[in-house]
Each structure stands twice: as structure tokens, then as C-alpha cells.
Design a protein around this ligand. Structure first.
Ligand code: ATP
Length: 600
């Protein structure tokens, strides 16, 4: 294999594209927060400047107007800066979401195809949709709230200490108490939060299982029992939640009490009265604390209220980062173009993990115009063997080549152009029937699409749909499993791929359709290399080569007749299947033996 490079997991700094915007949010939020403190300071300063008038002394009117002017500028400036901060926050969020989604989609396109088989589409959707949306809280709100929660108390305290330090200390008491109580609450909650997440996950699974399995479960008369499982999980969650809320309620109430405006005001007024009574502080110097002290804890409370969203956002960020750090499939640095369509496996071994090898030392050749069939007991590795060809996974040992080029040296798009694939599970998209058929070859014209549909024996059924080829799957086109299978066969046929892999492609078809489709596929195999996985041996009796796979090794190879005379696994399987077929014979489609298979 010529030099391939292992693409390193991308350096994950989700917020890099919006770093300058985050800087702008911080700056604007700081100006906005300062702007809310300035008018309060102005009120206090105004009172202090006008105080001499109470004692009949002259007032510095110039200073009065200067204070009014500062307040008059600060207030609208504060509103404008706060608006700007929130606006930039949401613009940054939109940019971040677009960037992260693009990165995720790019990654999804570079992950090995086998990766998708191991993940549910639900878990991918959670990351691409829910987790990315949850990031909104960070750029859209948290940065702004955090700046306000720091700037407002700090500026207020600086002013308070500058005017009267004893009252400033009194103002610190509710602030420090709030921080201490919150810290204690969060420390106690750490374990509970983990248990909360586990409970929610168990409840979600129970709900999904209950809803998904309801039809099967009910049809077997187990509805009540499964419902009981869901109800038990709900009860468990509620019991835990009640207990947890009971524990935190006391602390939460204490925080509410300590920060309640009436309580803070009473505390500051009491402290001020005592200091004035002892002659330590002048009455006018109590005023700053009364005006500014009330607003010190509000930004912290705001942070506390949004703590759960913040936690969710941080978890979502970690989940997105982990997702982006997954190793992508290595790509060739100098891609090679296959010449011809000979498929060759040479000494291939593979395991899904390090503990167990699923395929051992597989060697085979599949030439254009020939059909190679893979048969063998369930779990012997047939699908795995076939899926290594389009690089669902990469081999551990040996080499797979297409047209003389190691598949790892062929660019992904070029490889997929060589190989048409029909899997056991038919995947159709919620789009028109026509677009479903030409999914892998969007430039195919209507005639080519219809030819493929005719060959796959699905054309007549499509014509009976409300809008024919323009019917949308899932909307006005509801196809059975077998019909969907034929649609994916048409999709494989419409591609020009010179290599076709059919993994139990006709398994979901009734015997008539199976025979018809296999006839069509056989006709198309004339110039293609065909690799067919089959459970039902009678469908591949005419294959040029039949490979018998057992325990991940090719134990026999030859034509149907050669393998029957070899009296090995193939013959045993054949005899067993024929006995079953004799007990429930399938309709005869053609008088020719083997005509109903991928037979030649
Ligand atoms: P069947 O005829 O039932 O479809 P098969 O012959 O095609 O079976 P494979 O599906 O290739 O067999 O499976 C071979 C072995 O690999 C089995 O033991 C299976 O459990 C294991 N296996 C298959 N897919 C995975 C996977 N994604 N991760 C881990 N092990 C897997």
C-alpha cells in the first residue's frame, strides 16, 4: 500500500471562530453593567451634593448638572451596550452553531461507514441537533450574565469602599453569604447531579422502549407488564427527585431569604442606624449602601437560576468535543485510480475489536462478468467480508484491491463509484421515488431510472403510486419491506458501478419477485463483478464460484456441482435446505434448474 496518512482528530476548539465576538460580548456587557451602576451612583452623589441645602448651605449647581449629565448619558449607553451584547451573543451563537454543525457533518462524511452501524441514529441526532442547540446558552446568555455578575458587584463595592468602608463591609455580608450557600449547595449536589443524569437516562430508555415496542409487546399480551416497567422507572425517578429537592430546598430557601430585598434592606438599614447611632458614620454616608447594596446579589441569583442550563450547555460542549475527536478514516495522500474491476482479497484478516478476529486469512478473486457467492452459517462473517470492500472498516492484515488498487489508496468518491451496494436493510429516504433511485447517480435521466426500476421489478408498483415516480416515500408512497428492497436494487442498478455487492438483497422478497429480480441482476452481471451473499443456497447454484465461509475462514470453494461432490459443509447445508424446501415448495418460476437464482 502506498503512503496513506492517518488524519489526526481535529484540534477541538469549538469557540475559536467566535473568539472575537465573545470579546465584543464581554466588552459590551461590561459597559452595559457599568451603565446600570452609574445612575445609582449618580442618585447617591446627587443626594450628597444637595445635602447642604437641607442645612441651608449653598449647593454646587455645576456639580449637580454634571452628575445629571453623566447619568443621562450612562443610562441610554447602558441600554445600548446591553442590547449590543445580547445581539452579538446571538449572532455569535448562530455562527457557532453553523460552524459546529458543518464540522460535525464534515466529520460524519469522513468516519468509516462501519461506525454508523454501531451507533443509533438517535445518538447521532442527539449530538448534531440537541447538543449543538444546547451550546446556545453559552454564547447567547452565559458570557453576558457572567460579566454582569462580576462587573456590577465589583464596581458597586469599589464605590462603596471609596465612600464609607464600614457600610461597604455590611453590604458584603449578604453577598458572601449567597456565594457560600451556593457553593455548599453545589458541592452537595455534585453526586446527586450524576444520579439525576442516570435517572433521566433510565427514564428516557424506558419511555423509548415502551413506545417502540408497544405493538410487539401488546400483540404478545405483555402490554401491562411492559407498562409496569415504565411506571416503575417513573416512580423511581420521582422518589429520587423528591428526596433531592427535599435536601436542597432548605439551602435554596436560605439563599432566597438572604438575598430577599426586604431582608437586605432591613440588614443595611439596621447596620446604618447602629453606625449612625454610635456616631461612627454620617447619615448621608448610609445612603450609598442602601441604594447600591440591594443590587449586589441580583446578578448572582440570575447565574444561579440559569445554572441547570449552563450545566447542560457544558455537558453538550464536552459531548460535541468528544464526538469531534473521533478518529476519521485514513485517506490516501496520493489517491490511485482503479484500472478495471477485478476484486481481490489477499490474506485478509479482520476483527471488530482487539479481542476477537472475525475473518482469518481470506483470499479470493472476483472477475468482471462473474458471480461469486458467499454462503455459510449465520455469524460466519459473510457480511463482514463483503463490507470490507467499500471500507466499512479497514482490514487488520492483508489487502483488498479493486482494479489493482488497494482500496485504502483509492479516494472515497472514486471507490464508491466503483462499488454498488445493496444491504440487508433497505434504506430509503423521505424524498421522491425518482430521487431515491438516482441517489448515488443524481445525473441519471428519467429513462435510466425507469430502466433500472423495470429491471428491479418495481416499475409497475411505482406507476400505481398516486404520483408515480414523483411520489414521496413516507408521504404518499408507502412501500412494503420487499418493495423497498427492490427500490434499493434499482438504485444499485442505476449506478454505473462495475462491481455490485448484494448482501441478502433478495431476502425480503417473495419467491416470485426474488426470481424475477435475480434474473435481472444476473443479466446485469454480464460485465460486472458480482459478489452475492446468500442464505438460500438454491439462489446461487449458478454462481461461477461459491465460497463457503465457516468461523471466518473459507473452508470450501468451487461451483455448486463441485461442492456437492466434495461432501463438506456446503453439501450438508444444501441437503438440510432442500429438505425444508421439499416440505414447503416455492412456486416454480422457470423450467430451467437454477433459473430462479443469480444463476448463469
Ligand atoms: P448472518 O448470515 O447472520 O448475516 P454473517 O455470516 O453475515 O451472519 P457477520 O454479520 O459478518 O456474519 O458477523 C460475523 C461476526 O462478527 C459475528 O460474530 C458478529 O457477532 C460479529 N459482528 C458483526 N458486526 C459486528 C459489529 N459491528 N461489531 C462487533 N461485532 C460484530
Amino acid at each position: 500500500m502506498s503512503g496513506t496518512v492517518t488524519s489526526p482528530a481535529p484540534a477541538v476548539d469549538l469557540f475559536a471562530p467566535v473568539r472575537s465576538r465573545i470579546g465584543a460580548i464581554v466588552g459590551l456587557a461590561a459597559v452595559g453593567a457599568a451603565g446600570t451602576v452609574v445612575p445609582l451612583v449618580a442618585v447617591v452623589e446627587l443626594a450628597r451634593t444637595l445635602w447642604p441645602a437641607v442645612e441651608g448651605l449653598p449647593v454646587d449647581t455645576g456639580r449637580v448638572w454634571a452628575i445629571v449629565a453623566v447619568a443621562a448619558v450612562a443610562l441610554p449607553a447602558s441600554f445600548a451596550a446591553t442590547w449590543g451584547s445580547i445581539m452579538v451573543g446571538h449572532l455569535a451563537d448562530a455562527r457557532l452553531q453553523r460552524d459546529v454543525r458543518t464540522r460535525l457533518l464534515d466529520l460524519l462524511g469522513r468516519l468509516p461507514l462501519g461506525w454508523f452501524g454501531r451507533r443509533s441514529s438517535g445518538s447521532v441526532k442527539k449530538t448534531v441537533e440537541n447538543d449543538v442547540s444546547a451550546l446556545h446558552h453559552i454564547t447567547g446568555h452565559a458570557v453576558h450574565d457572567l460579566v454582569v455578575a462580576v462587573v456590577v458587584p465589583v464596581l458597586s463595592l469599589v464605590y462603596l469602599f471609596a465612600t464609607e468602608w464600614r457600610m461597604a463591609l455590611a453590604c458584603l455580608v449578604p453577598l458572601v453569604l449567597t456565594i457560600v450557600l451556593y457553593a455548599a449547595m453545589m458541592a452537595g449536589s455534585r453526586d446527586q447531579l450524576v444520579r439525576y443524569d442516570e435517572s433521566v437516562e433510565r427514564l428516557n430508555s424506558a419511555t423509548v422502549e415502551f413506545v417502540h415496542g408497544i405493538a410487539v409487546v401488546k400483540s404478545f399480551g405483555q402490554g401491562r407488564r411492559r407498562h409496569a416497567g415504565y411506571a416503575t422507572e417513573t416512580d423511581r425517578f420521582l422518589r429520587f427527585y423528591r428526596g433531592w429537592m427535599g435536601e436542597t430546598a432548605t439551602m435554596q430557601t436560605l439563599v432566597e431569604v438572604v438575598t430577599a430585598p426586604a431582608v437586605v434592606l432591613a440588614w443595611l438599614a439596621g447596620s446604618g442606624a447602629w453606625l449612625v447611632g454610635t456616631g461612627t458614620v454620617a447619615p448621608v454616608d448610609v445612603l450609598p449602601a442602601l441604594v447600591l447594596g440591594l443590587g449586589l446579589t441580583a446578578p448572582l441569583l440570575q447565574l444561579g437560576y440559569t445554572g441547570q442550563s449552563m450545566r447542560g450547555a457544558l455537558q453538550a460542549r464536552d459531548s460535541v468535543v468528544r464526538f469531534l475527536q473521533q478518529p476519521v478514516q485514513p485517506q490516501p495522500d496520493r489517491p490511485v485510480q482503479p484500472v478495471g474491476s477485478v476484486v481481490e482479497y489477499a490474506g485478509v484478516s479482520f476483527g471488530y475489536d482487539d479481542t476477537r478476529r472475525v475473518l482469518h486469512d481470506i483470499s479470493l478473486t472476483c472477475r468482471p462478468g462473474t458471480v461469486t457467492a458467499l454462503v455459510g452459517p449465520s455469524g460466519s462473517g459473510k457480511s463482514t467480508l463483503a463490507r470490507l470492500l467499500p471500507r466499512f472498516h479497514d482490514v487488520d492484515d492483508g489487502r483488498i484491491s479493486v482494479g489493482g488498487a488497494d482500496v485504502r489508496d483509492v479516494a472515497t468518491a472514486a471507490l464508491y463509484a466503483e462499488i454498488g451496494f445493496v444491504l440487508q436493510d433497505a434504506h430509503v429516504l423521505r424524498t421522491t421515488v425518482r430521487d431515491n433511485i438516482r441517489l448515488t447517480r443524481p445525473d441519471a435521466d428519467d429513462e435510466q431510472v425507469e430502466q433500472a426500476a423495470v429491471a428491479a421489478r418495481i416499475h409497475d408498483r411505482i406507476l400505481r403510486l398516486p404520483r408515480g415516480y414523483d411520489s414521496v416515500i413516507g408521504a404518499d408512497a408507502h412501500l412494503s419491506g420487499g418493495e423497498q428492497q427492490r427500490l434499493t436494487i434499482a438504485r444499485a442498478l442505476v449506478t454505473d458501478a462495475p462491481i455490485l455487492v448484494l448482501d441478502e438483497a433478495t431476502a425480503a422478497l417473495d419467491p416470485d419477485s426474488e426470481a424475477a429480480v435475480q434474473d435481472a441482476v444476473s443479466a446485469l452481471a454480464v460485465e460486472r463483478s458480482l459478489l452475492v451473499i446468500a442464505h438460500r443456497l438454491h439462489t446461487v447454484t449458478g454462481a461461477d464460484t461459491i465460497l463457503v465461509l465457516d468461523g471466518g475462514r473459507i473452508t470450501e470453494r468451487g461451483t455448486h456441482d463441485e461442492l456437492l461432490s466434495a461432501c463438506g459443509t456446503y453439501r450438508d447445508l444444501w441437503v438440510r435446505q432442500e429438505r425444508v424446501r421439499e416440505r414447503s415448495p416455492e412456486p416454480v418460476v422457470s423450467g430451467e434448474p437454477g433459473a430462479a437464482g443469480v444463476n448463469r
